[in-house]
Design a protein around this ligand. Structure first.
Ligand SMILES: Cc1cc2nc3c(=O)[nH]c(=O)nc-3n(C[C@H](O)[C@H](O)[C@H](O)COP(=O)(O)O)c2cc1C
Length: 365
């Protein structure tokens, strides 16, 4: 069975849920490792006080026994601690009596750059909150939890995946990134940026050139583009390759079958080539603004300013963690397609056998 992921959960609802299917039995998971990734997602210089409020923690409801996967669906839950302030407004069931707390007044001021307007039109909601609660990036928390599980599987195969911010606004140094964030905060504005994810230890041969949907470059790009606020994806040198000549764009093969450069980002013809996989994602500036943009009040039809809701100045460091999780999940899926078995021992044996078969030609560096 292919590795699969389905998630549910609203930003201020009781909890976020993820169900991961297709994991082999016998994979050891550590709660502290998943929680550490959840914490990484919440940290970052440009985040709002909501992040301190949440301090996410994973709960497992199924598929795990004594820290080892059972080969059955793994059910992960991350509670929204902030739900305590929204128990009436985000209650799954109608509550009798006076509305109290947050989310009790319908939102009618759609924010440009969010799902607000399209969501209301698409589903016929009469409260913008019905759209924004799910469209929010809050549920990236359970994607990170699922990514953490994928990373545990990949680690068992010697693969490491790491994401980091490489640009915030136009800044590329740590200090510059902080300064840019401070300046945007002072101006009550927001920033975007670029993150990079690198996967090392990926053997050659994951993915396929046979069909478009099987290409690993396409799948990793899809995984990244599916994250909120991502507007561009690059594999290897990406767009810069378009401006070079062929002699300066490809990666020559040395006598050990390794590459002298890695401009392709470890992916050729949709297949991993044994070099580190390098992908980047561009994030637009966050669309909830403290200096709101022009919008329309959907109740009156009058010109108005968009909703102002507590929001981050930038979430590029958080995106790096979310992107790392997305890439890890896709690589784990591709690894299981090639090496899959019902137990981790089967997967490991297939991995060993494969590396042995190609070892006369190619060996890890
Ligand atoms: C980790 C992460 C955190 C985000 N935090 C915010 C935020 O605080 N405020 C905001 O307006 N948008 C935030 N976003 C972006 C919006 O969720 C996103 O722009 C919006 O849902 C519209 O989707 P689109 O940008 O993909 O078109 C965040 C995105 C990510 C990946």
């Amino acid at each position: 069975m292919a590795l699969g992921l389905v998630t549910a959960g609203e930003s201020h609802g009781p909890a976020l849920v993820a169900i991961v299917t297709g994991l082999p039995a016998g994979l050891e998971l550590a709660k502290h490792a998943i929680d550490a990734d959840l914490r990484r997602r919440q940290q970052g210089y440009g985040r709002s006080p909501r992040q301190q409020l949440e301090s996410d923690e994973v709960e497992v409801l199924a598929g795990l026994r004594q820290g080892r996967t059972l080969g059955t669906p793994l059910a992960l839950v991350v509670r929204n601690r902030d739900h305590a302030n929204w128990t009436w407004g985000m209650s799954p069931w109608p509550i009798e009596g006076e509305p109290t707390g947050k989310g009790t007044k319908p939102v009618s001021l759609p924010r440009p750059g969010h799902a607000d307007l399209a969501g209301v039109l698409k589903y016929g909601h009469d409260d913008v909150r019905d759209a924004l609660e799910r469209a929010s990036a809050r549920h990236t928390a359970v994607h990170v939890a699922a990514g953490s599980v994928a990373k545990a599987l990949l680690r068992a195969l010697g693969v490491d995946v790491a994401g980091r911010p490489v640009e915030i606004g136009a800044a590329t140094t740590d200090e510059g990134m902080r300064e840019a964030t401070d300046a945007a905060r002072k101006d009550r504005d927001t920033l975007g940026g670029v993150v990079e994810v690198v996967a090392t230890g990926v053997p050659p041969g994951l993915g396929s050139y046979a069909e478009k949907r099987d290409r690993l470059d396409a799948r990793v790009s899809f995984a990244l583009m599916g994250i909120q606020a991502v507007k561009g994806v690059e594999v290897g040198d990406g767009f810069a390759l378009a401006r070079r000549r062929g002699t300066e764009a490809h990666d020559e093969i040395d006598p050990g079958l390794h590459r002298r450069t890695n401009r392709a980002g470890g992916l050729e013809a949709g297949v991993s080539n044994g070099e580190p996989i390098v992908v980047r994602a561009a994030m637009k500036p966050l669309p909830t603004l403290m200096r709101p943009l022009d919008s329309v009040d959907l109740t009156s039809g009058e010109a108005a300013q968009a909703l102002v809701e507590r929001s981050d100045v930038q979430a590029v460091e958080a995106l790096a963690v979310v992107a790392e999780a997305a890439v890890a999940f896709e690589l784990a899926r591709a690894a299981l397609e090639k090496l899959g078995g019902d137990s981790l021992d089967d997967v490991r044996a297939a991995h060993r056998h494969y590396l042995e078969r190609i070892s006369t030609l190619w060996q890890p560096r």
